[in-house]
Design a protein around this ligand. Structure first.
Ligand SMILES: Cc1cc2nc3c(=O)[nH]c(=O)nc-3n(C[C@H](O)[C@H](O)[C@H](O)COP(=O)(O)OP(=O)(O)OC[C@H]3O[C@@H](n4cnc5c(N)ncnc54)[C@H](O)[C@@H]3O)c2cc1C
Length: 272
């Protein structure tokens, strides 16, 4: 991970910095770029707008590492609300949800979290809605026939569990993407990296892997041009739509990924 990215992730983790960013109006325009809004209806509005042009989506209720069982149960309640709301949408087939195990109460106990997680799956099965589990913090999935979403990784991790150099991350990402395309079950290649996307497209063509057998995924507000061009080429494209008031960790990860995003903050500052 680059020094700049590490610096932003470490600095943004400081409580005084968090409260400054949360209170300051300066960041709101930029937060809005990456996050659909505070409410489920904000997220559904974004998802249905995307669905109208053929883009699929996965709703993410922002929040992680719940501090109590009550907090976890309120997140589970929100997940159920999301599934019920999606079931009522005319675009239900294009919208699913992404959940975090640390929001299911993993820090309150494995058994507790598993019970909550299975409850969400039970509700999702009733409306036949797919549930994605986000990876947070360290093969077997292909053998299980699991639908894998491949990402480069956004969290600060020691070299023991994460490739430190970007070049190696990209190389491993391509290797894994090729394996998933050949042997995986409808894998999701989640990246905004145009070079890697072109490598994946070429590989799929060379291996006669049908476009219907995988999807590309991107984050809300990032490379909308690429989302549209892939869709126009006939690829499945899904947009990850975060919503809720627990936006700070997600927002700082987006800034850290691309420090150039600070320019938006400066622009909004001078625009006043
Ligand atoms: C659908 C989806 C789900 C994800 N889920 C997880 C998860 O569960 N756990 C996890 O650790 N990470 C997750 N991530 C984040 C992921 O790990 C990467 O941090 C993120 O996607 C940026 O990496 P990249 O592959 O786009 O490549 P990079 O090499 O970082 O970027 C390639 C190019 O993409 C563009 N780009 C990338 N990031 C940004 C940005 N923030 N702002 C503007 N432009 C940008 C730039 O043009 C950049 O040159 C997810 C990402 C996606 C798309």
């Amino acid at each position: 991970m680059s020094l700049g990215r590490t610096f932003i992730l470490k600095t943004s983790a400081l409580k005084p910095v968090e409260s400054l960013v949360r209170k300051s109006f300066l960041f709101r325009p930029v937060v809005k770029r990456f996050i659909a809004g505070d409410t489920l209806e904000d997220a559904m509005k974004a998802a249905e707008e995307l669905a109208k042009v053929g883009l699929m989506s996965s709703l993410d209720y922002l929040g992680e590492n719940t501090a109590s069982k009550e907090e976890a149960l309120s997140a589970i309640h929100k997940y159920k609300e999301m599934l019920t709301r999606i079931g009522k949408s005319e675009f239900a087939a294009k919208i699913n949800i992404s959940i975090k195990l640390t929001q299911c109460g993993l820090d309150q106990g494995l058994e507790f979290a598993e019970g909550n997680y299975r409850e969400v799956l039970r509700i999702a099965a009733e409306s036949d809605t797919f549930v994605r589990v986000d990876m947070e913090a360290s093969r077997k999935m292909i053998a299980l026939g699991a639908r894998v979403r491949e990402v480069k990784w956004a969290y600060l991790e020691p070299a023991a569990v994460a490739f430190p150099e970007k070049g190696l991350v990209d190389q491993k990402f391509v290797e894994m993407a090729k394996l998933l395309l050949k042997e995986g079950n409808y894998p999701a290649i989640a990246t905004h990296d145009e070079n890697i996307i072109n490598v994946v497209k070429t590989f799929a063509q060379e291996q006669s892997i049908n476009k219907a057998r995988f999807e590309f995924q991107m984050l809300y507000g990032i490379r909308r041009d690429l989302q549209d061009s892939l869709l126009a080429e006939g690829y499945n494209v899904r947009v990850y739509i975060p919503f809720g008031d627990q936006w700070y960790p997600y927002f700082t990860r987006r800034l850290a990924e691309r420090p150039a995003n600070f320019l938006f903050i400066l622009k909004s500052f001078f625009k006043g």
